[in-house]
Design a protein around this ligand. Structure first.
Ligand SMILES: [Zn+2]
Length: 281
């Protein structure tokens, strides 16, 4: 008979997880502490264990919701330095653990890569963090129902309250405008800057023929917006398919959703999603 998991062991496990994350980060960051004041490129320090745990959870949550598959990634700004962020080494998000997280500067240079391979589109994250001091987390994905709105003249608009963050609509990044004919990847700083410019002050930017970049003031905001953006896209496609006139949220209604705390900061789904995402670790 399998041993029953008591409430106590659940708590112990949570502490263990947080401890494991911090220990893993320490291992990765050990020996990378030359003072930044000396002008050398060194680590900003060990990130908060809760931040590491949330970023690992974010990777797995997005995978479980089909927002990312083997491609796509999520990052968080470093809690000890605004000019650093944390992003996994090149790895399918569902497999990411704390010791896969790499610290980057805002030129997308890795601080502690240790020979591991990197995501070619890390410039998406670097240039958005540089352009948007308010952003603490960035998701890049190829969310399938969102793609049509990046290639069609029909704009994505909010069809229900959970997607009020879409506001009056989302900008579309046209990579040809900044780099001509490409392989469609935002794999250098120039393309990243073009994407960040297109994002402007929006919550997300569609990428024509590619996917989307979504931002948030916390990891739960960026993750939840990515999930509800996909849901909104599906519902909008269904509403358009009905053939009548579609009545979207008015920009004033969307603004009120944000002003009232945007779905209570997604605290309720985050608690649920995070528990589910980490229970198999
Ligand atoms: Zn991509």
């Amino acid at each position: 008979m399998p041993p029953r998991r008591s409430e106590g062991s659940h708590c112990d496990r949570r502490q263990f997880l947080a401890g494991t994350a911090a220990a893993a980060a320490l291992t990765v960051l050990q020996g990378l502490q030359p003072a930044r004041a000396q002008g050398t490129v060194g680590s900003a320090g060990v990130p908060d264990s809760r931040l590491l745990e949330d970023l690992v959870a974010a990777n797995r949550i997005l995978a479980k919701h089909g927002i990312v598959d083997a491609y796509g990634h999520v990052s968080a700004r470093h809690d000890k330095a605004a000019d650093r962020f944390l992003l996994s080494r090149s790895l399918a998000p569902e497999l990411v653990t704390a010791d896969d997280l790499v610290e980057y500067d805002l030129d997308a240079n890795p601080i502690n890569l240790a020979g591991r391979s990197q995501y070619s589109e890390r410039y998406i994250h670097a240039e958005i963090y540089r352009a948007r001091p308010d952003v603490q987390a960035v998701v890049h994905d190829h969310s399938p129902s969102v793609i049509p709105f990046g290639v069609s003249s029909v704009p994505m608009r909010p069809v229900y309250h959970m997607a009020g963050f879409i506001g009056a609509g989302l900008p579309v990044f046209e990579i040809r405008d900044v780099a001509g004919m490409t392989d469609m990847l935002v794999s250098d700083a120039m393309r990243g800057r073009g994407l960040a410019r297109a994002l402007g002050q929006s919550t997300a930017v569609l990428m024509r023929g590619h996917g989307v970049a979504v931002v948030g003031a916390t990891i739960p905001f960026a993750v939840a917006r990515s999930i509800y953006l996909e849901v909104n896209a599906r519902i909008q496609l269904e509403a358009i398919g009905l053939g009548g006139e579609v009545r979207y949220l008015d920009p004033e209604e969307a603004k009120k959703v944000l002003e009232s705390g945007e779905n209570r900061g997604y605290e309720r789904p985050w608690e649920l999603w995070k528990r589910d995402a980490l229970k198999d670790m």
